[in-house]
Design a protein around this ligand. Structure first.
Ligand code: F6R
Length: 590
Protein backbone atom coordinates (compact mmCIF):
# COMPACT_ATOMS: atom_id res chain seq x y z
CA UNK A 1 0.00 0.00 0.00
CA UNK A 2 1.08 3.61 -0.43
CA UNK A 3 3.54 4.90 2.11
CA UNK A 4 4.30 8.54 2.92
CA UNK A 5 7.29 10.17 4.55
CA UNK A 6 8.07 13.75 5.50
CA UNK A 7 11.48 14.82 6.78
CA UNK A 8 12.97 18.05 8.11
CA UNK A 9 16.74 17.97 8.30
CA UNK A 10 19.42 20.57 7.78
CA UNK A 11 21.75 17.85 6.54
CA UNK A 12 21.20 15.14 3.92
CA UNK A 13 17.44 15.57 3.80
CA UNK A 14 17.25 14.03 0.31
CA UNK A 15 19.31 10.98 1.36
CA UNK A 16 17.18 10.53 4.47
CA UNK A 17 14.01 10.63 2.38
CA UNK A 18 15.36 7.99 0.01
CA UNK A 19 16.42 5.68 2.78
CA UNK A 20 13.00 6.06 4.45
CA UNK A 21 11.33 5.25 1.15
CA UNK A 22 13.48 2.13 0.88
CA UNK A 23 12.16 1.13 4.32
CA UNK A 24 8.61 1.62 3.08
CA UNK A 25 9.24 -0.61 0.04
CA UNK A 26 8.14 -3.77 1.84
CA UNK A 27 4.57 -2.45 1.99
CA UNK A 28 4.29 -3.03 -1.77
CA UNK A 29 4.30 -0.25 -4.41
CA UNK A 30 4.60 0.47 -8.11
CA UNK A 31 6.06 4.01 -8.26
CA UNK A 32 7.87 6.44 -6.02
CA UNK A 33 8.73 10.11 -5.72
CA UNK A 34 10.15 12.92 -3.60
CA UNK A 35 9.83 16.70 -3.44
CA UNK A 36 12.24 18.99 -1.59
CA UNK A 37 11.69 22.58 -0.54
CA UNK A 38 14.74 24.83 -0.57
CA UNK A 39 15.32 27.65 1.93
CA UNK A 40 14.47 30.14 -0.83
CA UNK A 41 11.05 28.49 -1.31
CA UNK A 42 11.64 26.40 -4.46
CA UNK A 43 9.87 23.05 -4.79
CA UNK A 44 11.80 20.40 -6.75
CA UNK A 45 10.25 17.04 -7.63
CA UNK A 46 11.62 13.70 -8.83
CA UNK A 47 9.06 10.93 -9.35
CA UNK A 48 9.13 7.75 -11.37
CA UNK A 49 7.20 4.59 -12.13
CA UNK A 50 8.98 1.54 -10.68
CA UNK A 51 11.49 1.16 -7.89
CA UNK A 52 12.71 3.70 -5.32
CA UNK A 53 16.20 3.13 -6.75
CA UNK A 54 14.99 4.91 -9.93
CA UNK A 55 15.02 8.16 -7.90
CA UNK A 56 18.76 8.00 -7.27
CA UNK A 57 20.78 10.77 -8.88
CA UNK A 58 22.18 14.17 -8.03
CA UNK A 59 20.91 15.03 -4.51
CA UNK A 60 18.08 17.58 -4.55
CA UNK A 61 18.84 20.49 -2.19
CA UNK A 62 16.43 21.44 0.59
CA UNK A 63 15.95 21.12 4.34
CA UNK A 64 12.36 19.86 4.16
CA UNK A 65 11.06 17.09 1.92
CA UNK A 66 8.23 14.67 1.38
CA UNK A 67 8.26 11.24 -0.30
CA UNK A 68 5.86 8.56 -1.41
CA UNK A 69 5.64 4.96 -2.52
CA UNK A 70 2.46 4.51 -4.56
CA UNK A 71 0.29 1.42 -4.89
CA UNK A 72 -2.06 2.30 -7.73
CA UNK A 73 -5.76 2.67 -6.97
CA UNK A 74 -6.91 5.61 -9.15
CA UNK A 75 -4.97 5.54 -12.43
CA UNK A 76 -2.31 3.13 -13.66
CA UNK A 77 1.29 3.13 -12.38
CA UNK A 78 3.04 5.94 -14.33
CA UNK A 79 5.42 8.88 -13.80
CA UNK A 80 2.45 11.30 -13.95
CA UNK A 81 0.35 9.43 -11.42
CA UNK A 82 3.28 9.03 -9.01
CA UNK A 83 3.28 11.42 -6.02
CA UNK A 84 4.16 14.12 -4.95
CA UNK A 85 1.51 16.18 -6.75
CA UNK A 86 2.02 19.91 -7.11
CA UNK A 87 -0.25 22.91 -7.48
CA UNK A 88 0.75 26.54 -6.99
CA UNK A 89 2.78 26.84 -3.80
CA UNK A 90 1.97 23.30 -2.58
CA UNK A 91 3.36 19.79 -2.94
CA UNK A 92 1.54 16.86 -1.41
CA UNK A 93 1.80 13.10 -0.79
CA UNK A 94 -1.26 11.05 0.14
CA UNK A 95 -1.99 7.55 1.43
CA UNK A 96 -5.65 6.53 1.38
CA UNK A 97 -8.65 7.01 -0.89
CA UNK A 98 -10.70 10.18 -1.35
CA UNK A 99 -14.22 8.90 -1.99
CA UNK A 100 -15.73 12.23 -3.09
CA UNK A 101 -12.82 13.15 -5.38
CA UNK A 102 -14.94 13.00 -8.57
CA UNK A 103 -17.38 15.68 -7.32
CA UNK A 104 -14.50 17.84 -6.03
CA UNK A 105 -12.61 17.50 -9.30
CA UNK A 106 -15.71 18.47 -11.26
CA UNK A 107 -15.97 21.63 -9.17
CA UNK A 108 -12.29 22.47 -9.75
CA UNK A 109 -12.49 21.81 -13.50
CA UNK A 110 -15.34 24.32 -13.74
CA UNK A 111 -12.99 26.87 -12.12
CA UNK A 112 -10.43 26.17 -14.85
CA UNK A 113 -8.01 23.92 -12.94
CA UNK A 114 -5.88 21.61 -15.08
CA UNK A 115 -4.99 18.16 -13.76
CA UNK A 116 -1.83 16.32 -14.68
CA UNK A 117 -2.71 12.90 -13.24
CA UNK A 118 -5.64 10.50 -12.97
CA UNK A 119 -5.32 10.28 -9.19
CA UNK A 120 -7.81 11.20 -6.50
CA UNK A 121 -4.90 12.74 -4.53
CA UNK A 122 -4.20 15.56 -6.97
CA UNK A 123 -7.59 17.04 -6.10
CA UNK A 124 -6.37 17.72 -2.55
CA UNK A 125 -3.39 19.81 -3.62
CA UNK A 126 -5.62 21.87 -5.91
CA UNK A 127 -8.09 22.47 -3.10
CA UNK A 128 -5.18 23.61 -0.92
CA UNK A 129 -4.08 26.09 -3.51
CA UNK A 130 -7.60 27.56 -3.61
CA UNK A 131 -8.08 27.61 0.17
CA UNK A 132 -4.69 29.21 0.99
CA UNK A 133 -4.73 32.78 2.29
CA UNK A 134 -1.35 32.76 4.04
CA UNK A 135 -2.17 30.28 6.82
CA UNK A 136 -0.56 26.90 5.93
CA UNK A 137 -2.12 24.73 8.64
CA UNK A 138 -5.43 26.62 8.45
CA UNK A 139 -5.72 25.85 4.72
CA UNK A 140 -4.99 22.17 5.37
CA UNK A 141 -7.69 22.03 8.07
CA UNK A 142 -10.20 23.70 5.76
CA UNK A 143 -9.49 21.26 2.92
CA UNK A 144 -9.54 18.16 5.16
CA UNK A 145 -13.01 19.11 6.33
CA UNK A 146 -14.21 18.68 2.73
CA UNK A 147 -12.66 15.24 2.16
CA UNK A 148 -14.62 11.99 2.47
CA UNK A 149 -12.66 8.77 2.70
CA UNK A 150 -9.29 8.05 4.23
CA UNK A 151 -6.01 9.91 4.19
CA UNK A 152 -2.61 10.43 5.66
CA UNK A 153 -1.12 13.55 4.08
CA UNK A 154 2.20 15.33 4.17
CA UNK A 155 2.38 18.76 2.56
CA UNK A 156 5.03 21.36 1.69
CA UNK A 157 4.23 25.03 1.13
CA UNK A 158 6.69 27.29 -0.71
CA UNK A 159 5.95 30.13 1.75
CA UNK A 160 7.06 27.96 4.69
CA UNK A 161 10.61 26.66 4.08
CA UNK A 162 11.74 24.22 6.77
CA UNK A 163 8.17 23.13 7.59
CA UNK A 164 5.86 20.22 6.80
CA UNK A 165 2.17 19.98 7.65
CA UNK A 166 0.53 16.58 7.96
CA UNK A 167 -2.94 15.23 8.66
CA UNK A 168 -4.53 11.90 9.35
CA UNK A 169 -7.95 10.33 9.08
CA UNK A 170 -8.35 6.57 8.64
CA UNK A 171 -4.82 5.93 7.31
CA UNK A 172 -1.82 5.36 9.56
CA UNK A 173 0.56 8.18 10.51
CA UNK A 174 3.24 8.49 13.14
CA UNK A 175 5.70 11.28 13.96
CA UNK A 176 9.32 10.67 14.88
CA UNK A 177 12.40 12.53 16.05
CA UNK A 178 16.11 11.83 15.73
CA UNK A 179 19.23 13.90 16.32
CA UNK A 180 18.93 16.74 13.79
CA UNK A 181 15.83 15.39 12.01
CA UNK A 182 12.06 15.26 12.42
CA UNK A 183 9.72 12.91 10.57
CA UNK A 184 6.17 11.96 9.80
CA UNK A 185 5.63 8.55 8.26
CA UNK A 186 2.92 5.99 7.47
CA UNK A 187 4.62 3.25 9.26
CA UNK A 188 6.36 2.57 12.55
CA UNK A 189 8.71 -0.16 11.20
CA UNK A 190 9.77 2.08 8.30
CA UNK A 191 10.48 4.98 10.65
CA UNK A 192 12.36 2.99 13.25
CA UNK A 193 15.58 2.85 11.25
CA UNK A 194 15.62 6.66 11.14
CA UNK A 195 14.00 7.96 14.32
CA UNK A 196 14.96 7.47 17.97
CA UNK A 197 11.65 8.67 19.41
CA UNK A 198 8.08 8.14 18.23
CA UNK A 199 4.82 9.93 18.81
CA UNK A 200 1.46 8.57 17.56
CA UNK A 201 -0.89 10.76 15.56
CA UNK A 202 -4.59 10.04 16.04
CA UNK A 203 -7.43 10.29 13.53
CA UNK A 204 -8.57 13.87 13.01
CA UNK A 205 -5.25 15.34 14.18
CA UNK A 206 -2.81 17.63 12.37
CA UNK A 207 0.95 17.84 12.74
CA UNK A 208 3.36 20.66 12.06
CA UNK A 209 7.05 19.82 11.78
CA UNK A 210 9.39 22.80 12.04
CA UNK A 211 11.92 23.19 14.88
CA UNK A 212 9.81 20.64 16.83
CA UNK A 213 6.86 18.29 16.31
CA UNK A 214 3.57 19.98 17.19
CA UNK A 215 0.23 18.17 17.17
CA UNK A 216 -3.11 20.00 16.78
CA UNK A 217 -6.75 19.02 16.96
CA UNK A 218 -9.35 19.79 14.28
CA UNK A 219 -9.98 23.25 15.81
CA UNK A 220 -6.33 24.22 15.65
CA UNK A 221 -5.68 23.80 19.41
CA UNK A 222 -2.28 22.39 20.24
CA UNK A 223 -2.32 18.96 21.95
CA UNK A 224 0.38 17.87 24.41
CA UNK A 225 1.89 14.65 23.11
CA UNK A 226 4.81 12.80 24.59
CA UNK A 227 7.39 10.79 22.67
CA UNK A 228 8.46 7.24 23.50
CA UNK A 229 11.88 5.83 22.76
CA UNK A 230 12.01 3.32 19.87
CA UNK A 231 12.31 -0.19 21.29
CA UNK A 232 14.88 -2.55 19.83
CA UNK A 233 12.18 -5.00 18.63
CA UNK A 234 10.54 -2.16 16.64
CA UNK A 235 13.64 -1.67 14.52
CA UNK A 236 13.22 -2.94 10.99
CA UNK A 237 15.01 -6.18 10.20
CA UNK A 238 17.58 -6.71 7.50
CA UNK A 239 18.91 -9.83 5.86
CA UNK A 240 22.50 -10.38 4.85
CA UNK A 241 21.58 -12.81 2.07
CA UNK A 242 18.57 -14.65 0.72
CA UNK A 243 15.08 -13.22 1.01
CA UNK A 244 13.25 -11.75 3.98
CA UNK A 245 10.71 -14.53 3.65
CA UNK A 246 13.37 -17.25 4.02
CA UNK A 247 14.82 -15.40 7.01
CA UNK A 248 11.39 -14.94 8.58
CA UNK A 249 10.53 -18.63 8.24
CA UNK A 250 13.87 -19.43 9.89
CA UNK A 251 12.91 -17.02 12.72
CA UNK A 252 9.68 -18.88 13.57
CA UNK A 253 11.11 -20.76 16.61
CA UNK A 254 12.58 -17.54 18.01
CA UNK A 255 9.37 -15.64 17.32
CA UNK A 256 7.40 -18.34 19.17
CA UNK A 257 9.80 -18.14 22.13
CA UNK A 258 9.53 -14.35 22.31
CA UNK A 259 5.75 -14.46 21.87
CA UNK A 260 5.33 -17.00 24.63
CA UNK A 261 7.61 -15.09 26.97
CA UNK A 262 5.53 -11.98 26.31
CA UNK A 263 2.27 -13.83 26.88
CA UNK A 264 3.48 -15.30 30.14
CA UNK A 265 4.34 -11.81 31.32
CA UNK A 266 0.95 -10.40 30.28
CA UNK A 267 -1.61 -9.66 32.98
CA UNK A 268 -4.97 -10.86 31.67
CA UNK A 269 -6.83 -9.50 34.73
CA UNK A 270 -8.11 -6.39 32.82
CA UNK A 271 -10.08 -8.64 30.48
CA UNK A 272 -11.13 -11.25 33.07
CA UNK A 273 -14.59 -9.78 33.62
CA UNK A 274 -15.32 -9.48 29.93
CA UNK A 275 -14.10 -13.01 29.17
CA UNK A 276 -15.91 -14.59 32.12
CA UNK A 277 -19.19 -12.92 31.20
CA UNK A 278 -18.82 -13.21 27.40
CA UNK A 279 -22.01 -14.42 25.78
CA UNK A 280 -20.41 -14.70 22.37
CA UNK A 281 -16.88 -14.39 21.02
CA UNK A 282 -16.42 -12.72 17.65
CA UNK A 283 -13.18 -12.88 15.78
CA UNK A 284 -12.47 -10.89 12.62
CA UNK A 285 -9.36 -10.55 10.48
CA UNK A 286 -8.18 -10.59 6.86
CA UNK A 287 -6.15 -13.03 4.76
CA UNK A 288 -3.62 -15.01 6.74
CA UNK A 289 -4.79 -13.48 10.01
CA UNK A 290 -8.29 -14.72 9.17
CA UNK A 291 -6.94 -18.26 8.85
CA UNK A 292 -5.43 -17.90 12.33
CA UNK A 293 -8.83 -16.69 13.54
CA UNK A 294 -10.47 -19.83 12.08
CA UNK A 295 -8.12 -21.99 14.15
CA UNK A 296 -9.02 -19.95 17.25
CA UNK A 297 -12.71 -20.66 16.59
CA UNK A 298 -11.93 -24.38 16.17
CA UNK A 299 -10.01 -24.65 19.42
CA UNK A 300 -12.72 -22.81 21.34
CA UNK A 301 -15.55 -24.76 19.72
CA UNK A 302 -13.90 -27.96 20.97
CA UNK A 303 -14.01 -26.67 24.53
CA UNK A 304 -17.66 -25.61 24.15
CA UNK A 305 -17.33 -22.54 26.38
CA UNK A 306 -19.56 -20.20 24.38
CA UNK A 307 -20.61 -19.41 20.82
CA UNK A 308 -17.75 -18.32 18.59
CA UNK A 309 -18.25 -16.48 15.31
CA UNK A 310 -15.35 -16.01 12.99
CA UNK A 311 -15.51 -13.90 9.85
CA UNK A 312 -13.38 -11.88 7.50
CA UNK A 313 -13.35 -8.23 8.56
CA UNK A 314 -14.66 -7.04 5.20
CA UNK A 315 -17.75 -9.26 5.58
CA UNK A 316 -18.27 -8.47 9.25
CA UNK A 317 -18.56 -4.76 8.44
CA UNK A 318 -21.49 -5.19 6.12
CA UNK A 319 -23.37 -8.08 7.68
CA UNK A 320 -25.08 -6.13 10.48
CA UNK A 321 -23.85 -8.65 13.04
CA UNK A 322 -25.83 -9.19 16.23
CA UNK A 323 -22.94 -8.09 18.40
CA UNK A 324 -23.61 -6.42 21.73
CA UNK A 325 -22.32 -5.33 25.12
CA UNK A 326 -22.11 -8.89 26.48
CA UNK A 327 -19.79 -9.95 23.67
CA UNK A 328 -16.04 -9.99 23.19
CA UNK A 329 -14.62 -9.03 19.80
CA UNK A 330 -11.12 -10.22 18.92
CA UNK A 331 -9.37 -8.42 16.05
CA UNK A 332 -6.24 -10.05 14.65
CA UNK A 333 -3.82 -8.06 12.53
CA UNK A 334 -0.08 -8.30 12.06
CA UNK A 335 0.21 -4.68 10.99
CA UNK A 336 -2.60 -3.36 13.18
CA UNK A 337 -3.40 -1.01 10.25
CA UNK A 338 -5.64 -3.11 7.99
CA UNK A 339 -8.54 -0.81 7.12
CA UNK A 340 -11.25 -3.48 7.13
CA UNK A 341 -10.16 -4.91 10.47
CA UNK A 342 -9.99 -1.45 12.03
CA UNK A 343 -13.49 -0.63 10.77
CA UNK A 344 -14.85 -3.98 11.99
CA UNK A 345 -13.33 -3.26 15.42
CA UNK A 346 -14.82 0.26 15.46
CA UNK A 347 -18.23 -1.20 14.62
CA UNK A 348 -17.92 -3.77 17.44
CA UNK A 349 -16.84 -1.01 19.82
CA UNK A 350 -19.80 1.15 18.86
CA UNK A 351 -22.08 -1.76 19.83
CA UNK A 352 -20.50 -1.91 23.28
CA UNK A 353 -18.45 -5.10 22.82
CA UNK A 354 -15.18 -5.55 24.71
CA UNK A 355 -12.33 -5.33 22.18
CA UNK A 356 -9.21 -7.48 22.27
CA UNK A 357 -6.51 -6.85 19.68
CA UNK A 358 -3.68 -9.13 18.60
CA UNK A 359 -1.04 -7.10 16.77
CA UNK A 360 2.63 -7.31 15.91
CA UNK A 361 3.29 -3.59 15.59
CA UNK A 362 3.48 -1.66 18.83
CA UNK A 363 1.56 1.62 18.76
CA UNK A 364 -0.39 0.56 15.68
CA UNK A 365 -3.90 1.96 15.17
CA UNK A 366 -5.50 -1.30 16.28
CA UNK A 367 -3.45 -1.58 19.46
CA UNK A 368 -4.62 1.91 20.42
CA UNK A 369 -8.25 1.28 19.53
CA UNK A 370 -8.85 -1.87 21.57
CA UNK A 371 -9.62 -2.22 25.28
CA UNK A 372 -6.95 -4.89 25.70
CA UNK A 373 -4.04 -5.48 23.35
CA UNK A 374 -1.99 -8.65 23.09
CA UNK A 375 1.40 -7.94 21.52
CA UNK A 376 2.58 -10.73 19.24
CA UNK A 377 6.29 -9.95 19.57
CA UNK A 378 7.16 -11.87 16.40
CA UNK A 379 9.63 -9.13 15.44
CA UNK A 380 9.42 -6.99 12.28
CA UNK A 381 8.01 -8.87 9.31
CA UNK A 382 9.20 -7.34 6.07
CA UNK A 383 8.25 -9.90 3.39
CA UNK A 384 4.78 -9.08 2.12
CA UNK A 385 3.55 -12.63 2.72
CA UNK A 386 2.94 -13.35 6.38
CA UNK A 387 4.91 -16.30 7.82
CA UNK A 388 6.29 -15.99 11.35
CA UNK A 389 3.48 -13.61 12.30
CA UNK A 390 0.96 -16.37 11.45
CA UNK A 391 2.65 -18.84 13.81
CA UNK A 392 2.80 -16.14 16.49
CA UNK A 393 -0.84 -15.14 15.92
CA UNK A 394 -1.89 -18.75 16.42
CA UNK A 395 0.11 -18.95 19.63
CA UNK A 396 -1.49 -15.73 20.94
CA UNK A 397 -4.97 -16.92 19.99
CA UNK A 398 -4.48 -20.33 21.60
CA UNK A 399 -3.16 -18.64 24.73
CA UNK A 400 -6.19 -16.36 24.76
CA UNK A 401 -8.46 -19.39 24.26
CA UNK A 402 -6.81 -21.03 27.29
CA UNK A 403 -7.45 -17.89 29.37
CA UNK A 404 -11.08 -17.84 28.27
CA UNK A 405 -11.54 -21.51 29.22
CA UNK A 406 -9.93 -20.73 32.58
CA UNK A 407 -12.18 -17.72 33.28
CA UNK A 408 -15.29 -19.66 32.21
CA UNK A 409 -14.57 -23.08 33.68
CA UNK A 410 -12.00 -22.51 36.41
CA UNK A 411 -9.23 -24.63 34.90
CA UNK A 412 -6.92 -24.40 31.92
CA UNK A 413 -7.23 -26.86 29.03
CA UNK A 414 -4.62 -29.65 29.19
CA UNK A 415 -2.87 -28.50 26.03
CA UNK A 416 -1.86 -25.17 27.59
CA UNK A 417 1.17 -26.84 29.18
CA UNK A 418 2.39 -27.93 25.75
CA UNK A 419 2.52 -24.41 24.32
CA UNK A 420 6.05 -24.15 25.69
CA UNK A 421 7.11 -27.08 23.46
CA UNK A 422 6.16 -25.23 20.27
CA UNK A 423 9.47 -23.39 19.62
CA UNK A 424 11.47 -26.63 19.79
CA UNK A 425 8.93 -28.55 17.70
CA UNK A 426 8.97 -25.73 15.14
CA UNK A 427 12.73 -26.24 14.85
CA UNK A 428 12.11 -29.95 14.29
CA UNK A 429 9.77 -29.00 11.44
CA UNK A 430 12.82 -27.64 9.60
CA UNK A 431 13.69 -31.32 9.08
CA UNK A 432 10.93 -31.45 6.45
CA UNK A 433 12.40 -28.61 4.39
CA UNK A 434 14.67 -30.85 2.26
CA UNK A 435 11.62 -32.82 1.16
CA UNK A 436 9.64 -29.61 0.53
CA UNK A 437 12.48 -28.21 -1.58
CA UNK A 438 12.53 -31.37 -3.71
CA UNK A 439 8.74 -31.15 -4.03
CA UNK A 440 8.94 -27.53 -5.19
CA UNK A 441 11.44 -28.59 -7.87
CA UNK A 442 9.18 -31.45 -8.95
CA UNK A 443 6.07 -29.26 -9.08
CA UNK A 444 7.69 -26.21 -10.70
CA UNK A 445 5.56 -26.55 -13.84
CA UNK A 446 2.27 -27.44 -12.14
CA UNK A 447 -0.69 -25.41 -13.35
CA UNK A 448 -2.32 -25.36 -9.93
CA UNK A 449 -2.77 -27.40 -6.77
CA UNK A 450 -5.16 -28.28 -3.98
CA UNK A 451 -4.62 -28.35 -0.25
CA UNK A 452 -7.00 -30.53 1.78
CA UNK A 453 -7.66 -30.69 5.51
CA UNK A 454 -10.52 -31.64 7.77
CA UNK A 455 -11.57 -29.78 10.93
CA UNK A 456 -8.54 -28.17 12.58
CA UNK A 457 -6.42 -28.93 9.48
CA UNK A 458 -8.71 -26.95 7.18
CA UNK A 459 -7.42 -23.43 8.08
CA UNK A 460 -3.88 -24.74 7.48
CA UNK A 461 -4.95 -25.98 4.06
CA UNK A 462 -6.36 -22.51 3.30
CA UNK A 463 -3.14 -20.88 4.43
CA UNK A 464 -0.93 -23.24 2.38
CA UNK A 465 -3.00 -22.45 -0.71
CA UNK A 466 -2.91 -18.69 -0.06
CA UNK A 467 0.90 -18.75 0.23
CA UNK A 468 1.24 -20.55 -3.12
CA UNK A 469 -1.21 -18.20 -4.82
CA UNK A 470 0.38 -15.00 -3.61
CA UNK A 471 4.09 -15.68 -3.94
CA UNK A 472 4.30 -18.39 -6.63
CA UNK A 473 1.42 -16.83 -8.63
CA UNK A 474 -0.19 -20.22 -9.14
CA UNK A 475 -3.80 -21.18 -8.83
CA UNK A 476 -4.15 -23.01 -5.50
CA UNK A 477 -7.16 -23.71 -3.34
CA UNK A 478 -7.76 -25.07 0.13
CA UNK A 479 -10.72 -27.36 0.70
CA UNK A 480 -12.24 -29.37 3.52
CA UNK A 481 -11.14 -32.90 2.55
CA UNK A 482 -14.74 -34.10 2.19
CA UNK A 483 -15.79 -31.29 -0.11
CA UNK A 484 -13.87 -31.98 -3.34
CA UNK A 485 -16.33 -34.38 -4.86
CA UNK A 486 -19.01 -31.69 -4.72
CA UNK A 487 -17.51 -29.94 -7.68
CA UNK A 488 -13.78 -29.20 -7.61
CA UNK A 489 -12.76 -32.80 -8.28
CA UNK A 490 -13.48 -31.96 -11.93
CA UNK A 491 -10.17 -30.05 -12.02
CA UNK A 492 -8.07 -33.05 -10.99
CA UNK A 493 -6.19 -34.63 -13.90
CA UNK A 494 -3.00 -36.58 -14.45
CA UNK A 495 -0.19 -35.17 -12.29
CA UNK A 496 -2.33 -32.50 -10.55
CA UNK A 497 -0.73 -31.98 -7.10
CA UNK A 498 -2.96 -32.48 -4.05
CA UNK A 499 -1.57 -31.89 -0.56
CA UNK A 500 -3.46 -33.32 2.43
CA UNK A 501 -2.96 -32.45 6.08
CA UNK A 502 -3.95 -35.12 8.55
CA UNK A 503 -3.21 -34.48 12.20
CA UNK A 504 -6.46 -35.67 13.83
CA UNK A 505 -6.36 -39.37 14.65
CA UNK A 506 -10.13 -39.77 14.49
CA UNK A 507 -10.06 -38.45 10.92
CA UNK A 508 -7.00 -40.22 9.48
CA UNK A 509 -9.15 -42.71 7.56
CA UNK A 510 -11.48 -40.01 6.22
CA UNK A 511 -8.64 -37.88 4.89
CA UNK A 512 -7.04 -40.99 3.39
CA UNK A 513 -10.29 -41.68 1.51
CA UNK A 514 -10.12 -38.21 -0.03
CA UNK A 515 -6.52 -38.82 -1.09
CA UNK A 516 -7.42 -42.18 -2.60
CA UNK A 517 -10.20 -40.51 -4.61
CA UNK A 518 -7.88 -37.93 -6.15
CA UNK A 519 -5.08 -40.43 -6.70
CA UNK A 520 -7.50 -42.68 -8.59
CA UNK A 521 -8.01 -39.72 -10.94
CA UNK A 522 -4.32 -39.25 -11.58
CA UNK A 523 -3.42 -36.69 -8.87
CA UNK A 524 0.11 -36.49 -7.48
CA UNK A 525 -0.57 -36.78 -3.74
CA UNK A 526 1.37 -35.48 -0.72
CA UNK A 527 0.37 -36.34 2.84
CA UNK A 528 1.58 -34.47 5.94
CA UNK A 529 0.96 -36.13 9.30
CA UNK A 530 2.65 -36.78 12.64
CA UNK A 531 1.50 -40.40 12.58
CA UNK A 532 4.02 -42.93 11.20
CA UNK A 533 1.15 -45.38 10.91
CA UNK A 534 -1.13 -43.04 8.96
CA UNK A 535 1.76 -42.29 6.61
CA UNK A 536 2.81 -45.91 6.13
CA UNK A 537 -0.77 -46.97 5.39
CA UNK A 538 -1.37 -44.08 3.00
CA UNK A 539 -1.53 -44.31 -0.77
CA UNK A 540 0.19 -40.86 -1.02
CA UNK A 541 3.12 -40.53 -3.43
CA UNK A 542 5.03 -38.31 -1.00
CA UNK A 543 4.83 -38.60 2.80
CA UNK A 544 5.97 -35.86 5.18
CA UNK A 545 6.39 -36.66 8.88
CA UNK A 546 5.54 -33.80 11.28
CA UNK A 547 6.87 -33.58 14.84
CA UNK A 548 4.54 -34.59 17.66
CA UNK A 549 2.56 -32.20 19.82
CA UNK A 550 -0.89 -32.46 21.37
CA UNK A 551 -3.63 -32.34 18.74
CA UNK A 552 -5.12 -28.81 19.05
CA UNK A 553 -1.69 -27.17 18.59
CA UNK A 554 -0.84 -28.66 15.19
CA UNK A 555 -1.85 -25.58 13.16
CA UNK A 556 1.19 -23.73 14.60
CA UNK A 557 3.53 -26.41 13.22
CA UNK A 558 1.93 -28.05 10.19
CA UNK A 559 1.91 -24.77 8.23
CA UNK A 560 5.72 -24.48 8.37
CA UNK A 561 6.50 -27.02 5.59
CA UNK A 562 3.84 -25.33 3.45
CA UNK A 563 5.31 -21.85 4.02
CA UNK A 564 8.74 -23.17 3.04
CA UNK A 565 7.35 -25.04 0.01
CA UNK A 566 5.64 -21.88 -1.29
CA UNK A 567 8.83 -19.86 -0.81
CA UNK A 568 10.98 -22.41 -2.69
CA UNK A 569 8.39 -22.67 -5.47
CA UNK A 570 8.36 -18.90 -5.83
CA UNK A 571 12.17 -18.73 -6.04
CA UNK A 572 12.38 -21.64 -8.47
CA UNK A 573 9.76 -19.99 -10.68
CA UNK A 574 12.01 -16.91 -10.83
CA UNK A 575 9.89 -14.69 -8.60
CA UNK A 576 10.70 -12.50 -5.65
CA UNK A 577 8.75 -13.95 -2.69
CA UNK A 578 9.30 -10.73 -0.72
CA UNK A 579 7.44 -8.56 -3.22
CA UNK A 580 4.54 -10.46 -4.77
CA UNK A 581 2.79 -9.00 -7.78
CA UNK A 582 -0.06 -6.56 -7.02
CA UNK A 583 0.11 -7.08 -3.26
CA UNK A 584 0.88 -4.81 -0.33
CA UNK A 585 2.00 -5.60 3.19
CA UNK A 586 -0.30 -3.21 4.92
CA UNK A 587 -3.74 -2.87 3.33
CA UNK A 588 -4.78 0.54 4.55
CA UNK A 589 -7.67 1.04 2.13
CA UNK A 590 -10.97 -0.80 2.07
C1 F6R B 1 -0.87 -13.06 3.25
C2 F6R B 1 -0.92 -11.82 3.98
C3 F6R B 1 -2.22 -11.09 4.03
C4 F6R B 1 -2.44 -10.47 5.42
C5 F6R B 1 -3.71 -9.60 5.41
C6 F6R B 1 -3.99 -9.02 6.79
O1 F6R B 1 0.41 -13.63 3.34
O2 F6R B 1 0.04 -11.38 4.53
O3 F6R B 1 -3.29 -11.94 3.69
O4 F6R B 1 -2.54 -11.49 6.36
O5 F6R B 1 -3.57 -8.57 4.48
O6 F6R B 1 -2.93 -8.23 7.22
P1 F6R B 1 -2.80 -7.82 8.74
O7 F6R B 1 -2.51 -9.09 9.52
O8 F6R B 1 -1.68 -6.85 8.79
O9 F6R B 1 -4.12 -7.24 9.16
Amino acid sequence: MCGIIGCISRENCYEKLLSSLARLEYRGYDSAGVCLLSDSGTLRVRKKKGYVSNLAGKPIPGGAGIGHTRWATHGKPSDENAHPHLCGKFALVHNGIIENYAALKEELLVQGDVFLSETDSEVIVHLLSHAYRGDFLGALREVCARLCGSYALAVLCADYPGQIAAARRGSPLVAGAAKGALYVCSDVPALCGEAEFLCPVEDGEFVLLSDAVRVFDGQGRQIERSFTRVKSEQRAASVAEGTFMQAEIAQVPRALRDTLEGLEGTDFAPCARALRGAKRIWCAACGTAYHAALSFADVLAEKGVCDVFCTTSSEFRYKTPLIGAEDVFVAVSQSGETADTLEAARLAKSRGAFLIGITNVADSSLSRLVHFNIAMRAGPEIAVAATKSYNAQLLCLFYLAAQLVFFKKGSFPLWKGELRLLPERAEECFGTFGQMSALAAKLISAKGMFFLGRNADFPTALEGALKVREIACLFAEGYPAGELKHGSLALVEEGFPVFALSTREALFAKTENALAEVRARGAYTILLSQSEQALSQSCAHCKVLLPKICAPLYPVLSVLPLQYFACRLSLLRGMDPDKPRNLAKSVTVE
